[in-house]
Design a protein around this ligand. Structure first.
Ligand code: MN
Length: 390
């Protein structure tokens, strides 16, 4: 069975997107969650970018010395040295150095020739190898790079000592078949000399699909983030990649080390650190991911869960199935829900709540758990009832 390495970049690619900046203590808290979740590699920051990023990598390395901590560096001396310094306390440090390889980036951004970029890549990898055996090289914008040139760069960085070669779909432009073909070429070229890694962006909503296609084509490391946060439309969502592999093991015969029952908790923890949570219909961790509202669905679900549920919510750590209550839901369903939400109401209290609930439900498509909790508290606020649990 092939093992897939989960490279988490929530604290680097994720953090460098709007609304997602985190303080050092928030990063440390998230790092604890990620280590506990079982990520194989934890990219903690881009040390040259700011003092804060340097500090985050340094602090996380000190707190989790045995975790495989990664620091990002452009392919230049200053960056690589700064990354190495930030990783001083990591026992298993990885330096991740990158340079763009596509014509568009060479011409307009770097203003360098192919030979110059190749030389920079090799020099950065060699320098990084003087600090650690574990060096990853990324060919930024790999999916829009000339294939022969990409092969030449990949070969050269591996000869210079890179053990992981990452081929990012930096701008989220690729489609699964095309990306798989690219990965297959590079896997064939590098054989067992390096792990081929993928890093996909979601500009066309294909980040997870592309990552899974790449895994099928021989990639063994997937770079991803909790809740899919990251530049622009975000990165491949860690929880989706992991649960697709777990749920469709028949089609994706791979293993990860992720403890899936901790996914929901990690998602919620991230939402508390940044300015937004997953959208309600987000796969795996969204509020509605395990919600059933339509009458026919509710009926089927109540008779046999597997009629409409392909994953048991407990396997991803969702506390209870979020059957959404609506105006057709009965008193019994409401009672059960208040219990699941931690309340213990007497028959009189339930009657009062039910009156309020039907009034609210009449004007809505469904009443969410948060709204039910708020309603209970509102009723409690009248001084009539006592909350027995939070
Ligand atoms: Mn990225």
């Amino acid at each position: 069975m092939s093992r897939i390495y989960i490279f988490d970049t929530t604290l680097r690619d994720g953090e460098q997107s709007p609304g997602c900046s985190m303080t050092k203590s928030e990063k440390l808290r998230m790092a604890g969650r990620l280590v506990d979740l079982g990520v194989d590699l934890l990219e903690a920051g881009f040390p040259i970018a700011s003092e804060g990023d340097f500090d985050a990598v340094d602090t996380i390395s000190r707190h989790f010395p045995w975790a495989q901590i990664v620091a990002l560096a452009r392919a230049c001396t200053l960056d690589v040295e700064r990354a190495a310094r930030a990783l001083t306390h990591a026992r298993r440090p990885r330096i991740h150095t990158f340079i763009a390889t596509s014509e568009i980036h060479l011409k307009y951004k770097l203003r360098k020739t192919r030979q110059q970029v190749l030389d920079d890549a090799v020099a950065a990898v060699e320098l990084a190898r003087s600090y650690t055996d574990d060096v990853e090289f990324s060919a930024e914008d790999a999916t829009r790079t000339d294939l022969d040139y990409l092969k030449q760069v990949s070969q050269a960085v591996v000869e210079a000592g890179a053990r992981t070669v990452n081929l990012p779909d930096t701008v989220g432009y690729s489609v699964p078949d095309e990306y798989a073909a690219l990965i297959r070429e590079i896997v064939k070229l590098l054989g067992d000399r390096a792990v081929v890694s993928v890093h996909c962006h979601d500009d066309l909503g294909l980040a997870v699909a592309n990552s899974l296609a790449a895994v099928t084509a021989g990639a063994r490391q997937v770079e991803c983030t909790i809740n899919g946060i990251g530049e622009r439309a975000g990165n491949a969502a860690l929880e989706e990649v992991v649960m697709a592999i777990k749920t469709r093991h028949d089609k994706l015969p791979f293993e990860t080390a992720i403890q899936t029952e901790k996914l929901y908790g990690a998602s919620q923890a991230l939402a508390q650190c940044i300015s937004f949570g997953p959208q309600p219909n987000k796969a795996i961790v969204g509020d509605n991911a395990f919600a059933h509202l339509a009458g026919i669905h509710q009926d089927g679900f109540l008779k046999e869960k597997t009629t409409y549920e392909i994953m048991d919510p407990h396997t991803v750590g969702v506390p209870e199935t979020k059957l959404v209550l609506g105006k057709h839901s009965g008193r019994h369903a409401l009672k059960k829900r208040t219990e699941d939400l931690g309340f213990d109401l007497s028959p009189d209290e339930l009657n009062e709540l039910y009156r309020e609930f039907t009034r609210l439900a009449d004007n809505k498509k469904g009443v969410r758990n948060e709204e039910i909790s708020a309603l209970v508290r509102e009723v409690i606020g009248k001084g009539v009832f006592a909350e027995t649990a939070g």
